[in-house]
Design a protein around this ligand. Structure first.
Ligand code: SAM
Ligand code: SF4
Ligand code: FES
Length: 342
């Protein structure tokens, strides 16, 4: 089918076959990104949701082949924020009007559910939505955290290609990852997932399967990260040229899941000047500025040359607002649930 006709169908039906998706991913992406931008405007309006990201621990027991926080990387200085530092980071975001906090860490077993519940209880004294992104936990743990007031959870599947997943995640199981995501949905979390684009041996066909999985899960949020090779990982020599494909995967995701929240990811800005604005103009409607206080930002080095590591939360708050407004969009005043239009 001609690309124009395919996009017209996608804009009205929001359903695409695997072959359709492959065709779109093989296109130059110009018409695709325009169509995704139109769908975003129709379903999500012009407002952009800001989620304040707090990277509260870079300690991780896993060894994902792409990630600078993997336990085998002895060169990174490890840290945990104190409860007080987490609270102060949150306060900056809340004072700036942020309605959602995202607490992210490596898979750090120090954070038992009891410890997490104490932190959450403290943060919930503010009128904010709490999102967690701390990796795989049991159904019971997710349940307790939900009951403690966590409303959203981010857990990327990273790739749905079984062989590729197995090759990049020692001692991890893709079936457990799928199960975690379905458990989160079952428990009523707004569930975010996503993939890395540019993994060695990843094919267009497997990226198309990834998008079909987002649809099957009925993900509430999807974050697409271009892989940025980290020098202290086994993927240090992988391709760095992953922006354009990541943008196309994001745009197709918007077409098939028109009402979900899609972030313009920090990784996109790291490898392309104005990458977040390009993403906001290609289907995205969320930005997650870094609200971590103090010296810790530079140690949360999942990939090299990450933006904002030497900036303060206040600088990021002003910077991102200006960028959004310059791009003709507005910062949303709502909590940004999937069902919120603006
Ligand atoms: N440990 C939790 C987990 O894995 O779900 C949350 C933190 S982890 C650092 C967050 C995300 O960082 C991962 O889902 C992965 O997609 C992304 N990431 C890790 N290494 C990366 C790299 N080299 N380039 C781009 N993104 C990367
Ligand atoms: Fe740990 Fe997450 Fe990095 Fe994997 S991606 S090594 S689980 S921080
Ligand atoms: Fe941090 Fe621009 S968002 S300096």
């Amino acid at each position: 089918m001609k690309i124009g006709k395919l996009l017209e169908k996608a804009k009205t039906e929001h359903s695409l076959s695997k072959d359709d998706i492959i065709e779109l991913l093989n296109s130059d992406g110009i018409l695709l990104c325009k169509a995704a931008d139109e769908v975003r405007e129709k379903y999500k309006g012009n407002n952009v949701h800001l989620r304040g990201l707090i990277e509260f621990s870079n300690i991780c027991g896993r060894s994902c082949y792409y990630c600078g926080l993997r336990s085998e990387n002895k060169k990174v200085e490890r840290y945990r924020l104190s409860d007080e530092e987490i609270f102060l980071s949150a306060q900056n975001a809340v004072n700036a009007g942020y309605k959602t906090l995202v607490l992210q860490s490596g898979e750090d077993s120090y954070y038992t559910v009891d410890r997490l519940c104490r932190i959450i209880e403290n943060l919930r004294k503010n009128d904010v939505v709490i999102t967690l992104s701390i990796g795989e936990r049991t159904f019971e743990e997710y349940k307790i955290l939900k009951e403690a007031g966590v409303e959203r959870y981010l857990l990327r599947i990273e790739t749905t290609d079984r062989n590729l997943y197995g090759a990049l995640h020692p001692k991890m199981s893709i079936d457990n990852r799928f199960e975690c995501l379905y458990n989160l949905k079952k428990l009523g979390y707004e569930t975010g997932t996503g993939v890395l684009v540019g993994l060695p041996n990843q094919t267009i066909s497997s990226l198309a399967e990834d998008i079909l999985f987002f649809k099957e899960l009925n993900a509430d949020m999807v974050g697409i990260g271009p892989l940025i090779p980290h020098p202290e990982t086994p993927l240090k020599d992988a391709s760095k040229d992953n922006f354009d494909m990541a943008l196309k995967v994001m745009a197709v995701t918007r077409l098939v899941l028109p009402d979900i929240n899609i972030p313009a990811t920090t990784a996109m800005e790291t490898i392309r000047k104005n990458g977040r604005i390009i993403a906001l103009n290609s289907g995205a409607n969320v930005v997650m500025p870094n609200m971590t206080i103090g010296k810790y930002r530079k140690y949360y080095e999942i990939y090299p040359d990450k933006i904002c590591i030497n900036d303060s939360p206040l600088k990021c708050i002003d910077c991102i607002k200006l960028k959004i407004e310059t791009a003709g969009r507005k910062v949303s005043q709502t909590k940004g649930y999937r069902n919120d239009i603006n």
